[in-house]
Design a protein around this ligand. Structure first.
Ligand code: SF4
Ligand code: SF4
Length: 396
């Protein structure tokens, strides 16, 4: 027997409680975030993919939409099963909401004999992200170390993150390229959110097991129609996560991984990858933790001077341009830089992995280069050196 609480009937939920929402409760949660002034964003289907978009209510969610992912492949399929979160991450990550792909930093405009310098007005929107996955919340926390808690704090990023409300949805249907369980970032989550939901659809019906992670999350949950959870509800959540762990498409052995890569910088496999890699930078653009940027100046026809920051990539030749030429001129050196930074030197810099196992770089690589397979290839011939293979093509 469950006790049902209608919206605003005075029920109080505390962090650590577990309750159950039905679709109506989720609708009320979105509405109450909008009423509180949040700009609500969530998963939406656009151009054949699930990406972050405006979310005004449950009908905007990708109901019955599932994804099929493989190295270099992504397709959506439609079903009538009514699941709202039955998909794994798509090409767009939440990074873009806090660290936009292109952003004006300041501009200078001629005014008589002088110039007037202006900065864009601060972005006052309070963002509520609804439907972020555990690996994506982990990715935001990796970005926080770089852009909020590091030596070079980005005030625009900090502003957006501070005002941010997070509704995470635990993964019940990981993709074939996902490996978050190897990285300790999913499919479940214990911290870093205001509200965590797990979508359950079993003989007891379609519902969401909901856990507040903060007092503010608990306050919002208290205002929406909910039920107290039973052992069956909590057990159903555990079953969803266990099934997701088994279905996880990929694995990465992280034991000793940072030092494995550090001692294999001359491994011939970097050259083998370079023969396939197009140096297109897709992997860095879809990665939720890549944060490299470039600053460019332009002048428009009115004489205004603009300074913009745009995403950049270590696959770009200009990225390592130093005094007369790029330091990483070969594709093998650029791929090695990207992968060793993600999985090895990120630990030295930020005391964490730069990879959360979302699998995007595998799915969205046009030639299907798979970070988990490339690590495995190096691990199985640990210590091999391109110096032992003088005929390897493309060695820098
Ligand atoms: S390196 Fe690949 S799997 Fe890891 S976080 Fe980036 S896109 Fe995801
Ligand atoms: S690894 Fe794949 S996605 Fe990344 S630069 Fe090379 S071809 Fe492009």
């Amino acid at each position: 027997m469950t006790t049902r609480h209608e919206a605003s009937d005075g029920s109080t939920i505390e962090p650590g409680d577990v309750v159950v929402l039905h679709v109506q409760g989720l609708e009320e949660l979105i509405a109450s975030l909008i009423d509180a002034g949040f700009d609500t964003r969530g998963p939406s289907v656009r151009n054949g993919a699930i990406v972050p978009g405006a979310l005004h209510g449950v009908t905007d969610l990708p109901k019955g939409v599932h994804d099929v992912q493989a190295p270099g492949r992504y397709r959506l399929e439609h079903s009538d099963d009514g699941q709202l979160f039955g998909w794994a991450v798509g090409p767009g990550s939440w990074k873009a909401e806090f660290f936009p792909p292109s952003q004006e930093l300041w501009r200078a405009s001629p005014a008589g004999d002088s110039m007037v310098f202006t900065e864009p007005a601060p972005d006052q929107r309070r963002l509520a992200i609804i439907g972020a996955r555990p690996c994506e919340v982990a990715a935001l926390s990796v970005l926080d170390r770089v852009l909020a808690n590091g030596e070079h704090r980005d005030p625009r990023y900090v502003e957006r993150r501070d005002a941010n409300f997070v509704v995470v949805v635990e993964c019940g249907r990981p993709g074939a390229t996902c490996f978050c369980s190897s990285m300790g970032t999913g499919p479940g989550i214990d911290a870093g959110f205001d509200v965590a939901l797990t979508e359950v659809d079993d003989s007891d019906g379609h519902r969401f097991v909901a856990r507040p992670g903060t007092q503010r999350g608990a306050d919002f949950l208290s205002r929406v129609t909910h039920e107290e959870s039973t052992d069956r509800d909590r057990g159903a959540r555990v079953a969803v996560l266990e099934r997701a762990g088994v279905q996880m498409g990929r694995r990465l052995d992280t034991e000793g991984l940072a030092s494995l890569l550090a001692r294999n910088v001359e491994h011939p496999h970097w050259d083998e990858v370079a023969e396939r890699c197009l140096s297109c930078a897709n992997c860095t653009l879809v990665c939720p933790t890549c944060f490299c940027s470039d600053v460019r100046d332009t002048t428009d026809l009115a004489g205004d001077f603009h300074r913009r920051r745009t995403w950049s990539s270590c696959f770009d030749l200009d990225h390592s341009y130093l005094h007369g030429g790029p330091v990483r001129a070969s594709v093998s050196s650029r791929y090695r830089q990207w992968m060793t930074h993600k999985l090895s030197t990120w630990w030295d810099q930020f005391d964490t992995s730069g990879c959360v196992g979302c699998g995007r770089c595998v799915t969205w690589c046009p030639v299907g280069i798979d970070i988990t397979e490339e690590v495995r290839a190096i691990a199985t011939s640990d210590g091999a050196s391109r110096r032992d293979v003088p005929s390897v093509k493309g060695a820098p």
